[in-house]
Design a protein around this ligand. Structure first.
Ligand code: AMP
Ligand code: MG
Length: 396
């Protein structure tokens, strides 16, 4: 039986309502790049913790120009051992603590030093002083839960003294591909065989958004092998991505195998091209995506459904959005209504304007993904798009 097709948005909704963030774990700062933080990080104290100098120079009491007695030094990490009185100066380095009694710094270039005395020009209070707490206040929220930990967030966490951060556990993803015709790299092709590209595509798609890809397996087209492979994957992984074998052919065993393993179907068939024969089901806290075998379809469907599921499992509050570009369509695009069509396009820059040139081809033609730069959506209510239309290109 052919599936009843549901719109992309409804299918995504079913995925997102089934999936919730994974439990958290403590991650050392050095391993936390790219992770999603599951706690609010606040500063325990004012930062910087003390008034310091922004220049190499002399700490003084602000006032008119004067000749001052040099009475000591404050170096970064080694504060001066004494306070400063009017009529005195203390040599100071960038980042060193402002000595007690001083309230301004005169840069070294502006003073004359002779016989233990320095002649300084007039300065205002606070001149070249970095004030305690001007960066962060004690108790201030500095990295919110749900943020992605990039170099900047990690640096801020380090600056407030954190050595570990609570992060959402990375989802474990298992990728299975079905098909008697499939062979991996490094072996010659026999008659009737093709190379498996979906293992690489789906593993990379999942890894790129932060998943931990556990196992990859080519499964022959019979029910026993399919059931055994899926049973193993369901033991190990939070998310199982299986490509091919999810249609209604006599050698499509994925759906019956999943049903026999107690995986409950949440949807099958999306009003989408390419990517129509997409299946999604759950068993407890395990999520299974049955993706089309055709490589372009698998990629489109993986991007539409698997990526948001991984984002949700990781605990993103604001999942990263794919980059887009606006361009002018160069050709008419035909499509049926009632179905969202994604058309691969190449971006071409001409006379300062950006054009989207369709890369026509079939969904088994994986090279489309490299010849093209992204996808244009012809929405389900539109009967095609005309040349000259302004379109948004979702970049690969
Ligand atoms: P299926 O959904 O199993 O009927 O497969 C649809 C088409 O995708 C067939 O032409 C398959 O040969 C092809 N295909 C299935 N799996 C893969 C894969 N892992 N890599 C490349 N092509 C595949
Ligand atoms: Mg197949």
């Amino acid at each position: 039986m052919a599936p009843d097709l549901i719109p992309i948005a409804a299918a995504r909704e079913r995925v997102l309502e089934a999936v919730s963030p994974l439990p958290t774990e403590q991650v050392p700062l050095a391993d936390a790049l790219g992770r999603v933080i599951a706690e609010d990080v606040t500063s325990a104290q004012d930062l910087p913790p003390f008034d310091s100098s922004a220049m190499d120079g002399y700490a003084v009491v602000a006032g008119e120009g004067a000749e001052l007695e040099l009475v000591g030094e404050s170096r970064a990490g080694h504060p001066a051992q004494r306070a400063l009185a009017p009529g005195q100066a203390i040599a100071i380095s960038t980042g060193a603590q402002i000595p007690e009694g001083a309230d301004a710094v005169v840069p070294v270039e502006q003073v004359e030093l002779r016989d233990g005395r320095v002649t300084v020009p007039g300065v205002r209070p606070g001149n070249h002083v970095r004030h305690a707490g001007e960066d962060m206040r004690a108790g201030e929220l500095v990295v919110p839960a749900g943020a992605t930990l990039g170099p900047s967030e990690l640096a801020v966490a380090a600056s407030v003294g954190r050595d570990r951060l609570a992060c959402g556990r990375r989802p474990r993803v298992s990728v299975l591909v079905t098909g008697d015709e499939l062979v991996g790299p490094g072996v010659p092709l026999e008659p009737g065989q093709i190379r498996d590209s979906n293992t690489t595509a789906l593993s990379a798609l999942a890894a790129r958004v932060g998943a931990d890809v556990l196992s990859r397996e080519v499964v022959p087209d019979n029910l026993d092998s399919t059931t055994a492979a899926l049973a193993g994957a369901l033991e190990r992984a939070d998310v199982v991505c299986v490509s091919g074998g999810v249609s209604v052919g006599p050698h499509d065993h994925v759906k019956p195998a999943l049903l026999s393993l107690g995986v409950e179907e949440r949807f099958w068939g999306v009003a989408l091209k390419p990517g129509k024969p997409t299946w999604f089901g759950t068993r407890g806290d395990r999520f299974v995506f049955g993706l089309p075998g055709n490589p372009v379809s698998a990629m489109v469907s993986g991007g539409l459904f698997v990526t948001p599921a991984i984002h949700r499992l990781l605990g993103f509050t604001h999942p990263p959005q794919a980059a887009t570009a606006r361009a002018t369509l160069t050709h008419n695009l035909e499509s049926q209504t009632g179905r969202d069509d994604f058309v691969p396009v190449r971006l071409v820059s001409r006379d300062g304007a950006l054009y989207a040139e369709p890369v026509f081809g079939k969904s088994n033609q994986i090279f489309i993904l490299v010849r093209g730069d992204g996808l244009v959506l012809v929405p389900r209510d539109a009967n095609g798009l005309s040349a000259g239309a302004e379109v948004e290109v979702g970049l690969f």
